[in-house]
Design a protein. Structure first.
Length: 384
C-alpha cells in the first residue's frame, strides 16, 4: 500500500480515535527573549476539498517576507522593549484616571513604530543622553514632531527603568525644541494663507476657524455628522479624540459655503469620500501630518516664520481664534465651552489675551480722559 506523501513542513498529531490532525510547522523567534521556537497552524483533513486552498493560504501567510520575522528583536534591544511595552500601553491610563483616548493610543503606536524602525536593533543599555540629543537634532526641521518623538521615547525608556533594564532614563534633562505659544492668527495672515491654500487645506482652515476643533477631530468630520435643529445646521462632534467630550457647533455660512465648494469639486472629479477632508484618492486621512506639512510649507513660503525659519502659526492657534471670536460676540465661557467641546478652564485660558484687551478697552476711557499732570507734579515734588 503506497504511503501518503505529506507536503513539506506539514506534520501530524494523533487523535484518540486513531485519526490524525494536520498542522503546518514553522519556526519563529520569541519577541522578548529572541529564542527560536516552533509554532503550529492547524490545517483541514488532507482529503478535504479545502485542504489545498487552506494550505496555500497558510504557506503564503507564514513564509512571505515579513519585517517581524526577518528582524526579530534580540535580547535587550529597543525592539524587544517595545514588544513588552505594548501590552502595558493598552492598559495605560491618563492623568484623569480614564483609559487613554483613541487618538492618544494611535499616536503612541505611530511613534513606537517609527522608533522601532529607526533604532530597534540598538541595545537599551547603550543609550546615552548624547544619543537622544542627536535624535532630537536630526528631527529639528519638524520641531513639534521632534518633541513628540522624544516624549514617547522618554516614556518608553522610563518603562525600561521600571523593568530594571537600565538604572536611569537617558531622556531626562533633554530640552525640547522651543515652539513658542500657539498664537491666534492675525486677520491678514488668515486672508493671505486662505488665498494661496489648496481646496482641502482651505476647508481645513475655515473649519478650524468656525468650529474651534483640533485638526485631529477635523479630519474625521463627516457630512452625516451635520444635524438640523430648528431648521439650522449643526456639526455634532461626538467624543473628541483628545478630551472625550461632545461639541455642538452652529455652522457659520462661510463654513457651509466652503463645504459646498469642496463637495462640488469632489463630484466633478468623481471622487467618493466618506470624510469631508480626504486625500487625492478620496481616502480619509489616517493622521494630521499631510495637512500640517502643507500648512508649514505655505507659512514658510509666505514668510510667516521666526528667526529660525519655523512657522509662527499653526492649526492649534485657530482654536484660539474661534474661542476669541465667540467671546467677543458676548457669549459666556460656559456657552463657548458647550459649542467647542472644551472645558471652561480651557476656554478661559485660550481667551485670556482677548479678555485682557477687553478689560483694557473698558478702562481706556478713564485713562484717556484722566489728568496725568498730578503724577508729574508728584515727580517734581520728589525732585525738590
Amino acid at each position: 500500500m503506497p504511503t501518503l506523501q505529506l507536503p513539506k513542513k506539514v506534520t501530524t498529531r494523533a487523535n484518540k480515535d486513531g485519526t490524525v490532525r494536520l498542522y503546518h510547522r514553522l519556526i519563529v523567534r520569541d519577541p522578548v527573549t529572541g529564542k527560536r521556537k516552533p509554532e503550529y497552524r492547524r490545517l483541514p483533513d488532507i482529503f478535504s476539498p479545502d485542504f489545498a486552498t487552506k494550505h496555500a493560504i497558510v504557506v503564503a501567510a507564514v513564509e512571505a517576507p515579513s519585517p517581524v520575522l526577518r528582524h526579530a528583536p534580540g535580547n535587550g534591544t529597543i525592539a524587544a522593549l517595545i514588544r513588552e511595552f505594548r501590552p502595558v500601553l493598552a492598559k495605560k491610563r491618563g492623568k484623569n484616571g480614564k483609559p487613554l483616548a483613541p487618538a492618544t493610543v494611535r499616536a503612541w503606536n505611530q511613534y513606537l513604530k517609527q522608533i522601532e524602525a529607526d533604532h530597534g536593533n540598538k541595545l537599551v543599555a547603550d543609550m546615552r543622553k548624547s544619543h537622544v540629543n542627536t535624535i532630537r537634532n536630526e528631527l529639528a526641521d519638524t520641531p513639534g514632531k521632534a518633541n513628540n518623538y522624544i516624549t514617547k521615547l522618554s516614556g518608553l525608556l522610563e518603562f525600561a527603568v521600571d523593568m530594571e533594564w537600565i538604572d536611569s532614563n537617558p531622556c531626562r534633562g533633554v530640552e525640547k525644541i522651543e515652539l513658542g505659544e500657539h498664537d491666534p492668527w492675525p486677520a491678514e495672515v488668515v486672508e493671505q494663507v486662505l488665498g494661496d491654500a489648496d481646496d482641502v487645506l482651505r476647508f481645513g482652515i475655515v473649519t478650524a476657524l468656525c468650529s474651534g476643533q483640533r485638526i485631529s477631530d477635523i479630519i474625521l468630520m463627516r457630512e452625516d455628522w451635520i444635524k438640523s435643529r430648528d431648521g439650522r445646521p449643526w456639526m455634532v462632534v461626538q467624543k473628541s479624540q483628545k478630551t472625550d467630550t461632545t461639541a455642538r457647533i452652529p455652522m457659520h455660512a462661510r463654513w457651509l459655503a466652503e463645504m459646498a465648494s469642496l463637495k462640488a469639486k469632489r463630484e466633478q472629479e468623481k471622487v467618493e469620500a466618506i470624510t469631508l477632508i480626504y486625500d487625492h484618492q478620496g481616502r480619509a486621512l489616517r493622521h494630521t501630518d499631510p495637512l500640517q506639512s502643507r500648512l508649514r510649507k505655505l507659512m514658510q513660503k509666505q514668510g510667516h516664520v521666526d528667526e529660525k525659519g519655523l512657522p509662527l502659526y499653526s492649526f492649534h492657534g485657530l482654536s484660539k481664534n474661534a474661542i476669541c471670536y465667540l467671546l467677543e460676540e458676548g457669549l459666556t465661557e460656559e456657552q463657548v465651552s458647550a459649542i467647542v467641546g472644551k472645558t471652561v478652564e480651557t476656554v478661559r485660558y485660550y481667551g485670556k489675551e482677548q479678555k485682557k484687551w477687553m478689560l483694557a478697552d473698558g478702562a481706556a476711557a478713564t485713562v484717556f480722559g484722566g489728568s496725568i499732570e498730578r503724577l508729574m507734579v508728584g515727580e517734581q515734588n520728589k525732585a525738590k
